[in-house]
Design a protein around this ligand. Structure first.
Ligand code: AMP
Length: 271
């Protein structure tokens, strides 16, 4: 596993390889990230993982500051995994040195779900993914369905511009079905129990959807119930079509999307 600490060493090292699988991450590596690495190993000759906590995609300074970071542990985990050929650890200037102002603008129809509640977040994500793709030039990029809207937007924007293909990977969950996330490192045992109960409830809600005449009303009442039962703030609870993210009125080809806060940590999931 070779560690690339700047763009120069990256360009020199990667030149001979054209079948590269790329797993972009913000670190605090967990089994969700490792599943993306496994997939890349199956489909590509070489795998490169990047670790870069992109400040431009955080809409709150406090969130950026508290984001879990443990580069030593991450490198140990990745090395042990034995499936990573390169780790790219760019500095801010490796990514943003050309000082080009982000030109990414979201369409009005895309200002839904997290885009509605985290102003500028996806503009930051799309900008960094554009820059990383230009630098790494991967054949395939592996991204998790856990961040479904991110996957949807990055795929739409990048595949139009670059030859790289974006490959969707299933959400990995813990033994209680809580979706793994770096942010889970900020939760205590009690929070994780609540998250597990919320997951159970979401399964029931989704199961009942086809029996309901007015899905919007049903989800509104379920959102209220979740809020009151668990004393949580919920940004959204919505059923959307997984191909175009439009509000949906049937279970087929749809996912139930949620974003909520536990211990001031914002969690998202979809099922
Ligand atoms: P992050 O480090 O949180 O920016 O995530 C890096 C990549 O890992 C993104 O493509 C995420 O969607 C993916 N990812 C994060 N958590 C999971 C999970 N539980 N299952 C599958 N993929 C995940």
């Amino acid at each position: 596993m070779k560690i690339l600490i700047n763009n120069l060493s990256l360009f020199e090292t990667l030149r001979p390889f054209n079948d590269l699988g790329f797993v972009p991450t913000m670190g605090a590596i967990h089994k969700g990230h490792l599943s993306l690495i496994n997939k890349s190993n199956q489909l590509c000759k070489k795998t490169i993982v990047s670790i870069f906590v992109n400040p431009k995609q955080f809409n709150h300074k406090r969130d950026l500051e508290s984001y879990p970071r443990n580069i030593k542990k991450d490198l140990k985990t990745l090395k042990k995994n034995k499936k990573v050929d390169f780790v790219y650890l760019p500095k801010f200037n490796d990514i943003y040195k050309d000082k080009n102002k982000s030109k990414v603008k979201l369409h009005k129809k895309d200002k839904i779900l997290c885009a509605k509640f985290r102003k500028g977040h996806f503009e930051g994500v799309l900008d960094v993914m554009d820059k990383l793709t230009k630098i790494v030039k991967p054949k395939k990029i592996f991204m998790g369905e856990k961040d479904f809207q991110q996957l949807y937007l990055v795929k739409k924007v990048l595949e139009r511009k670059y030859k790289s293909k974006v490959i969707a990977c299933k959400t990995i969950r813990d033994k209680n079905n809580v979706a793994l996330s770096s942010r889970n490192f900020l939760l205590n045992k009690n929070n994780l129990n609540v998250a597990a109960n919320i997951y159970k409830k979401l399964i029931i809600i989704k199961k009942n959807i086809n029996k309901k005449k007015n899905i919007l009303d049903y989800l509104k009442s379920q959102k209220k119930e979740l809020r009151n039962n668990y004393k949580i703030k919920i940004d959204y609870l919505e059923l959307r079509n997984e191909n175009n993210l439009k509000i949906s009125s049937k279970k087929k080809n749809s996912r139930l999307f949620i974003a909520y806060y536990l211990n001031n940590v914002r969690l998202i999931d979809n099922l």
